[in-house]
Design a protein around this ligand. Structure first.
Ligand code: ADP
Ligand code: MG
Ligand code: MG
Length: 880
C-alpha cells in the first residue's frame, strides 16, 4: 500500500480530488504544485494511516517508516539540506489536514528538526543568529504544547520574564542572546514538567509530532467540532510534512492569510492580512496587528503589502487569479514570503457569509467562471435564512459604546456572558446571549454556537472568532480594543461605562459597533444578487412554492418573497381575534342548531372580509383554504376564573359554560372531535365558512373580472364517505351563492392527507378530491404515534443517540412518512391523473424534505413566508 504521497519539486503524486485520502490540505498542496505554483516540497501521510493507527492500538503499518524515509530524502535533495545536519539542517513543518477543514482543531508544529546543534547550523547557513534562535524557541514552544502537552502559559511566562529583565516591550526587541536565554529557560521548564529532557533527535521529534497529529484527531475539541458539523470520526486526518520556508528572516520576509474575494461581502476584491517578519500563526494569533494586503484598504498608519513588497504582492495577485480560474471558487490561501520570494502554503475553498456566498455565486456566473446551474448549486438554501435576518434600524437613535472590526454581519442583541459554558447554559434556558471574550479559541466553539452574537477585544478579521462566527452565521464584532474585559469580576469597561454579566448589549456585525442595551432592528433589504439568483432558480425548478399564511401581513410577506399562492390558510386562526372570539364561543355554547346559526351569522362578515383581503393580495394565484380543524374546546377559556368572566360577558350561565367546557374536553384531542368530524356533526360551521369564501371570491370576480380559484380543503379525512358528504355541502353552498349573485366561479375541493388510512386508501379518496395536500405534521404524529407537543421529553435523546437520524418534525421521515406520501401519490394519480399534489407541513421549508417532494413528484411545496426563498432555491437544486 502507498501510505505516503509526495508533492512539490516536480514530483506530485496527489491531486485536488484525492482529498479523502490526502485530506484537503495535502490534496491541494499537490494540486497547487502541479499547476506550477511555488509550493515548498513535502509529503502527505494518508488518512488511511490514521484509520489504521486507531484500528491497531495506535501503531503504524510496517511499510510506513521506509516510505517516510524515502519521501524525506526527496525533500532533502530538492532543498539541498539534510534533516539533522549540523551545517545545513533541513527543517520541516508537521501539519494536520482532514478531508474538510476543521479550523484550529489540529495543531501544527513548525521548525521541526532544530536542536542544540542544528540551531547553530541554521544560524551559520542563514547568517542570522537571532532568526535561528527565534525559530528554535518557536519550535520548542509549539512542540512542547502540541506534542508534550505543556501548558502554553508556562512558555509565555519565560518570555515575559526575559523581556522584563531586558526592559523591552515587544518580541521584536529581543536579540539572539535573549532568544538563546528563552530557549534555555524553555528546555529547563519542559524537563521539569515532563520529567525528560527536550528531545534532540530530529527523527524522534518527527515521529512524535506525527503521532500527536493522529492523537489530536480524537481530542475533545475535534470531537466537538465533528459533532457540530456531522463529520464522521472514521474519516481520519492526514499528516503533511513540508520543508520550512521562513517569513521571520527579516524585513524582506512576511507571512499572510488572504481570500481571493471578500469573505464578508463577497466583493471581488483581494482581501487579506499579512505581517512582515513573522511566522505561521502570528497573523491569526492577534499578538501583533496584521496589515492589509491592498493599498486601497490601508488606513492611515497601516502599511499594505502592495507598497511594502510590491514584487511579492504582484506575484500573489497572479496566483490569486490562477487559483480562482483553476478552482472556480473563492479561495482562502496562506502564504509566506522568504527574502522576497513567494511560497504558497495552503489553499482551500474559503468560508464565507451567506451574503458573500450569494454574491460570489452570482458574480462568478456572470464572469463566466461557473455556469448558472453551478451558481444555483453553490448557495446553501439554509444560508439564505441568514440573509433574511434583521439588521439594526438605521433610523434608531444609537450611540456606540465601542467599535471593533465588522467580522461577521447581522445584528444581535442579548445578555452578556463571559464564558462559553455560561453561554451554553443560559442559551439552553432560552435566553439570548452575547458571548464576550478577549479572544476565542477552539475550546469556545460550543459557546459561540449557543450565542446570538460574539464580541472579542483582540484579534483581526482572520482571527479564530471571526472565521468561526462567519462559518456559523453568527454576528461577530472582533478586536474591539477599547473594551477591557475583567473575567474575574465578570465585567467589561468601555468608554467609561461598566457593564456586568447579565446586562443587555447589542452588536452590529456589519459595522463593528457595540451598544449598551437594546437597539431596534429592521427586516433585511434583499439585494439585486438575491433577486438574480432567485430568478435563475425559478427558471429551473419544476415545483411551485406557496406559503402557509392566513393574515394579510403574512400573505404580503409571502408575496414579497415570491410565493406563488397560498398552500395553507388555517381558518381557525381567524377565530381567535378578540372581536370574533365572543361569537365563536356563543356558537359553541348554543344548545340548538338555530342558536349556532345565529352566532355563525355574526362571524360570516368577518370571514368574508378575511378572504377578500387574501384574494386581493393573491390576485390570480391559487389559495388553499382549510376549513375549521381544531377541536372546539380550544376556543373556550380554560381556567375557572376566565370561564366566569367570559360567561358573564356573553350573558351565559357560568355553570353552563363550565359544563360545556367539561363536555368538550377530550382525553386525546389530537385524535378527537376535530377536522371533518366537526364539519360532519356541525355542518353549519363549514357552511358559513364556505359561504364566506364564495361570497368573497364572487365579489372579487365582479370587481376585477378576474376571480380567484379557491381550493377548499377538508381536513383530517380518513374515509371516502367523509369527503363525499362534505364535498356535497361545498357544492351546494357554492351553487346557492352563484344563484344569489348570478355569478359563477371555478373552484376546487380537496383534502389533506394527514392520516395513514387516507394515504393507504388514496385511490378511493381521490374520487371525491381535486387535490391532495400532505399535512405532514399530523401525518408524522399519526405515523409515529407520537405527539409533537409531548415529544420534547424524548425526541432530542433519540436524535442524540442516533435512534432517529433527525427530528422527523423538521425533516421528513422518508422511510415511513415518505413511503405513505408515495403510496398516496401513486394511488391518487391512478384514480385521477391530474390530481394536484402539494405538501403544507413544516417540512415544506426544509431543503432535505423538498428534495424528497421533488422525487415524489409533488406539484408544489408550501411553507412559512420567510422560508419561501429557501424553498425556491431548494426546489431548484432538487430539480437539477
Ligand atoms: P491550520 O490548519 O491551523 O491552518 P497549517 O498547517 O496551515 O495549520 O499551519 C499554520 C500555519 O503555519 C500556516 O498558515 C503557515 O503560515 C505556517 N506553516 C505551515 N507549514 C509551513 C512551512 N512549511 N513553512 C512555513 N510556514 C509554514
Ligand atoms: Mg491552526
Ligand atoms: Mg492553514
Amino acid at each position: 500500500t502507498q501510505w505516503v504521497y509526495s508533492f512539490g519539486a516536480g514530483h506530485n503524486e496527489g491531486r485536488a480530488d484525492m482529498r479523502n485520502l490526502l485530506g484537503g490540505k495535502g490534496a491541494n498542496l499537490a494540486e497547487m504544485a502541479s499547476i506550477g505554483l511555488p509550493v515548498p516540497p513535502g509529503f502527505t501521510i494518508t488518512t488511511e494511516v490514521c484509520t489504521w493507527y486507531y484500528d491497531h492500538g495506535q501503531s503504524y503499518p510496517e511499510a510506513l517508516r521506509n516510505q517516510v524515509a524515502t519521501a524525506l530524502a526527496r525533500i532533502e535533495e530538492a532543498v539541498g539540506a539534510k534533516f539533522g545536519d549540523h551545517h545545513k539542517p533541513l527543517l520541516v513543518s508537521v501539519r494536520s489536514g482532514a478531508r474538510v477543514s476543521m479550523p484550529g482543531m489540529m495543531d501544527t508544529v513548525l521548525n521541526l528538526g532544530l536542536n542544540d546543534a542544528t540551531v547553530d547550523g541554521l544560524a551559520a547557513a542563514s547568517g542570522d543568529a537571532r532568526f535561528a534562535w527565534d525559530s528554535y524557541r518557536r519550535f520548542i514552544q509549539m512542540f512542547g504544547s502540541v506534542v508534550l502537552g505543556v501548558d502554553h502559559h508556562r512558555f509565555e511566562e519565560i518570555i515575559e520574564h526575559v523581556k522584563l529583565d531586558r526592559d523591552v516591550q515587544e518580541d521584536t526587541d529581543l536579540t539572539a542572546q535573549d532568544w538563546h536565554r528563552v530557549v534555555d529557560g524553555y528546555k529547563e521548564m519542559v524537563e521539569e514538567v515532563t520529567g525528560k529532557p527536550f528531545p534532540q533527535d530530529p527523527h524522534a521529534q518527527l515521529w512524535a509530532a506525527i503521532g500527536a497529529v493522529f492523537g489530536s484527531w480524537m481530542n475533545p475539541r475535534a470531537n466537538t467540532y465533528r459533532r457540530l458539523h456531522d463529520i464522521p470520526a472514521q474519516w481520519g486526518t492526514a499528516v503533511n510534512v513540508q520543508a520550512m520556508v521562513f517569513g521571520n528572516m527579516g524585513e524582506d520576509c512576511a507571512t499572510g492569510v488572504c481570500f481571493t474575494r471578500d469573505p464578508s461581502t463577497g466583493e471581488n476584491f483581494f482581501y487579506g492580512e499579512y505581517l512582515v517578519n513573522a511566522q505561521g500563526e502570528d497573523v491569526v494569533a492577534g499578538i501583533r496587528t496584521p496589515q492589509p494586503m491592498a493599498e486601497s484598504r490601508a488606513k492611515p498608519g497601516e502599511r499594505s503589502m502592495e507598497t511594502v513588497m510590491p514584487k511579492a504582492y504582484a506575484e500573489l495577485v497572479a496566483v490569486r487569479e490562477k487559483l480562482e480560474k483553476h478552482y472556480a471558487d473563492m479561495q482562502d490561501i496562506e502564504f509566506t514570503v522568504q527574502q522576497n520570494k513567494l511560497y504558497m502554503l495552503q489553499t482551500r475553498n474559503g468560508k464565507r457569509t451567506a451574503a458573500a456566498s450569494l454574491k460570489i455565486a452570482v458574480d462568478m456566473a456572470r464572469e463566466g467562471l461557473i455556469d448558472r446551474t453551478e451558481a444555483i448549486k453553490r448557495v446553501d438554501p439554509k444560508a439564505l435564512d441568514q440573509l433574511l435576518h434583521p439588521t439594526l434600524d438605521p433610523k434608531a437613535p444609537r450611540k456606540a459604546l465601542a467599535k471593533g472590526l465588522p467580522a461577521s454581519p447581522g445584528a444581535a442583541c442579548g445578555v452578556i456572558v463571559f464564558s462559553a459554558d455560561e453561554a451554553e447554559i443560559r442559551a439552553a434556558k432560552g435566553e439570548a446571549v452575547i458571548l464576550v471574550r478577549i479572544e476565542t479559541s477552539p475550546e469556545d466553539i460550543h459557546g459561540m454556537h449557543a450565542a446570538r452574537g460574539i464580541l472579542t477585544t483582540r484579534g483581526g478579521m482572520t482571527s479564530h472568532a471571526a472565521v468561526v462566527a462567519r462559518g456559523m452565521g453568527r454576528p461577530c464584532v472582533a478586536g474591539a480594543g477599547s473594551i477591557t474585559v475583567d473575567y474575574a469580576g465578570q465585567t467589561l469597561t468601555a468608554g467609561g461605562k461598566r457593564m456586568s454579566a447579565g446586562d443587555t448589549m447589542t452588536l452590529d456585525g456589519a459595522t463593528g459597533e457595540v451598544f449598551a442595551g437594546t437597539v431596534p432592528m429592521i427586516e433585511p433589504q434583499l439585494s439585486g444578487d438575491f433577486a438574480t439568483l432567485m430568478e435563475w432558480a425559478d427558471g429551473v425548478r419544476r415545483m411551485k412554492v406557496r406559503a402557509n399564511a392566513e393574515t394579510p401581513l403574512d400573505a404580503e410577506t409571502a408575496r414579497k418573497f415570491g410565493a406563488e399562492g397560498i398552500g395553507l390558510c388555517r381558518t381557525e386562526h381567524m377565530f381567535f381575534d378578540p372581536e370574533r372570539i365572543g361569537a365563536v364561543r356563543q356558537m359553541i355554547m348554543a344548545d340548538t342548531e338555530e342558536g349556532r346559526r345565529d352566532a355563525l351569522s355574526r362571524l360570516l362578515p368577518f370571514q368574508r372580509e378575511d378572504f377578500l383581503q387574501l384574494f386581493r393580495i393573491m390576485a390570480g394565484l391559487p389559495v388553499t383554504i382549510r376549513l375549521l380543524d381544531p377541536p372546539l374546546h380550544e376556543f373556550l377559556p380554560h381556567r375557572d376564573s376566565e370561564i366566569a368572566e367570559v360567561a358573564l360577558s356573553l350573558g351565559a350561565d357560568v355553570a353552563a359554560m363550565q359544563r360545556r367546557a367539561a363536555d368538550l374536553s377530550e382525553a386525546n384531542p389530537m385524535l378527537g372531535h376535530r377536522g371533518c368530524r366537526l364539519g360532519l356533526t356541525y355542518p353549519e360551521i363549514y357552511e358559513m365558512q364556505v359561504r364566506a369564501i364564495f361570497e368573497a371570491a364572487v365579489a372579487i370576480g365582479q370587481e376585477t373580472h378576474k376571480a380567484p380559484v379557491p381550493e377548499i380543503m377538508i381536513p383530517l379525512v380518513a374515509l371516502r364517505r367523509e369527503l363525499e358528504i362534505l364535498r356535497a355541502l361545498v357544492d351546494r353552498v357554492a351553487q346557492e351563492v352563484f344563484a344569489e349573485t348570478n355569478y359563477h366561479i371555478i373552484y376546487q375541493v380537496g383534502t389533506m392527507i394527514e392520516l395513514p388510512r387516507a394515504a393507504l386508501t388514496a385511490d378511493t379518496i381521490a374520487e371525491g378530491a381535486d387535490f391532495f395536500s400532505f399535512g405532514t405534521n399530523d401525518l408524522t404524529q399519526t405515523v409515529f404515534g407520537l405527539s409533537r407537543d409531548d415529544a420534547g421529553k424524548f425526541l432530542p435523546f433519540y436524535v442524540e443517540k442516533g435512534i432517529l437520524p433527525k427530528d422527523p418534525f423538521v425533516s421528513i421521515d422518508i422511510d415511513g412518512v415518505g413511503a405513505l406520501v408515495q403510496i398516496a401519490t401513486e394511488k391518487g394519480r391512478r384514480t385521477k391523473p391530474d390530481l394536484k399534489l402539494g405538501i403544507c407541513g413544516e417540512h415544506g421549508g426544509d431543503p432535505a424534505s423538498i428534495h424528497f417532494c421533488e422525487s415524489a413528484g409533488l406539484d408544489y411545496v408550501s411553507c412559512s413566508p420567510y422560508r419561501v426563498p429557501v424553498a425556491r432555491l431548494a426546489a431548484a437544486q432538487a430539480a437539477l
